[in-house]
Design a binder for this molecule. Structure first.
Ligand SMILES: Cc1ncc(COP(=O)(O)O)c(C=O)c1O
Length: 443
């Protein structure tokens, strides 16, 4: 006999929701039941403008026909193929297409199912690469304060968001962190790339290298633009300086492009936008327009070729997932790349950027706004916390915006915006009119 006596068909209690205030949500549920292009439909029949591309992933907007049709067709043709020692054509076709739009020198792709898995994969590639080269003492990983690299153990170890780390023990050993790049005293209300402090703050990496000795360090991992911590844009010269220091000391540089990949900044990848070449790039989210879980890790030819030695019947890298390059995910990603190409979405943020920036910074006069920052189609509005109740002001803004038909995302007391790349100028106006309304009303 089942003892399922408490759950009713529409009971909300069984699902322990991720990164959610579960008790608040279940008292006041916010459910989406439909979506099209720039909008969601709620369970109570309202339309909500998507100011966040879901979770930074629906770059081409919702329910795009080419993608949904590709998924349906693939599901009826080849639903699953084992990923180990076997393959299917679309996974290879997709990797070739991905390498085509990636920064020069990124010639190979490993598949994952999420951003978190892409990060774990990248860290493991970095460690194994040095070992394969006979440089096995390079085992340290360097992340950054306030960094977000997903929720698995490697990712939270190199990550620097305290609440994502503090409950989970001692994490990976041999990890150190560079300082974050947020310097409001110097850079508040910057438009685009902040001017000040970039090279100095990047030079802190030299201090860490001196402390541990370069011969113990495998890789440095950063988000080119930190997203989840509340949008921290690297000041001028920062990423180039990191590249210079890593190259000098034989350390691999990993860009975690899970949110910046696939057009968010106005170029396919942040590496191209900033003109700084990492050795490894992690992606997910926009790869399939968020529709099917999939991630991809790009590596250079040198990294790949370092593993391709020894007897040919032996597995070169002991890593992979049951769903690596899954046929339906591959079909979704191919259709997503087609949609991006046909509609020029991988560079659209560059065209819309100036309009976006002006509209965003027009909120400067709203109460409690202490900083506004932007790059590509990303914006952040930092609010002064309510004394003794951090995060509450931004969360209230989130709830009020939702009531007014606008989806925003908040982290701490920061509002982060990252709409689908198909947003029109009229919809940008609508977004900021609604947000002004929220911010002007006593939150
Ligand atoms: C930079 C970065 N890395 C990794 C992740 C984790 O991705 P996922 O939630 O798909 O595991 C995220 C998610 O927001 C991210 O922003």
């Amino acid at each position: 006999m089942s003892n399922r006596t408490t759950a009713k068909p529409n009971d909300l209690s069984a699902f322990w929701m991720p990164f959610t205030a579960n008790r608040q949500f279940k008292k006041e549920p916010r459910l989406f039941v439909g979506a099209k292009d720039m909008h969601y439909t709620t369970h109570d029949g309202r339309t909500v403008l998507d100011g966040t591309a879901g979770l930074w992933c629906v770059n081409a907007g919702h329910c795009r026909p080419k993608i949904t049709e590709a998924i349906a067709q693939q599901a009826g043709e080849l639903d699953y193929a084992p990923a180990f020692q076997l393959g299917h054509p679309k996974a290879f076709e997709l990797a070739t297409r991905l390498v085509d739009i990636a920064p020069e020198g990124m010639e190979h792709v490993l598949y994952t199912n999420s951003g978190s898995e892409s990060v774990e994969t990248a860290l493991k590639v970095a460690l194994a690469y040095h070992r394969a080269k006979g440089d096995g003492s390079r085992t340290r990983l360097i992340g950054r304060e306030r960094g977000y690299h997903g929720v698995n153990f490697g990712g939270i170890s190199v990550g620097g968001i305290v609440s994502n780390r503090k409950m989970f023990g001692t994490l990976l050993t041999g990890v150190d962190h560079m300082p974050h790049t947020h310097m409001p005293a110097k850079n508040a209300f910057s438009r685009g790339i902040p001017d000040h402090g970039g090279v100095d703050i990047a030079t802190e990496l030299e201090r860490i290298v001196t402390l541990h000795d370069a011969s113990t360090i495998a890789a440095v991992i950063v988000e080119p633009v930190a997203g989840s911590t509340g949008v921290l844009i690297p000041p001028k010269g920062y990423l180039a300086k990191l590249r210079e220091i890593c190259t000098k000391h034989g350390i691999l540089l990993i860009f975690d492009e899970v949110i910046t990949g696939f057009g968010r900044l106005g170029a396919p990848f942040a590496a191209q936008f900033f003109d700084v070449k990492p050795d490894i790039i992690t992606t997910a989210k926009g790869l399939t327009n968020g529709v099917i879980p999939m991630g991809a890790v790009f590596v250079t030819k040198d990294i790949h070729d370092t593993f391709m030695t020894g007897p040919e019947h032996l597995i070169e890298f002991f890593h992979g997932y049951t769903y690596s390059g899954n046929p339906i995910a591959s079909a979704a990603a191919l259709a997503t790349l087609d949609t991006y190409k046909e509609e020029g979405l991988l560079t659209r943020a560059a065209e819309l950027g100036p309009y976006w920036e002006n509209a965003l910074h027009s909120l400067k006069d709203c109460p409690n706004v202490i900083d506004i920052r932007n790059v590509g189609l990303i914006g952040a509005i930092e609010l002064a916390p309510i004394a003794g109740e951090p995060t509450k002001r931004a969360f209230t803004a989130f709830l009020k915006a939702y009531e007014k038909g606008l989806l925003i995302r908040t982290t701490g007391d920061i509002i982060a915006l990252s709409p689908p790349l198909i947003i029109t100028k009229a919809q940008i106006d609508e977004l900021f009119d609604k947000l002004r309304d929220v911010l002007m009303n006593n939150i």
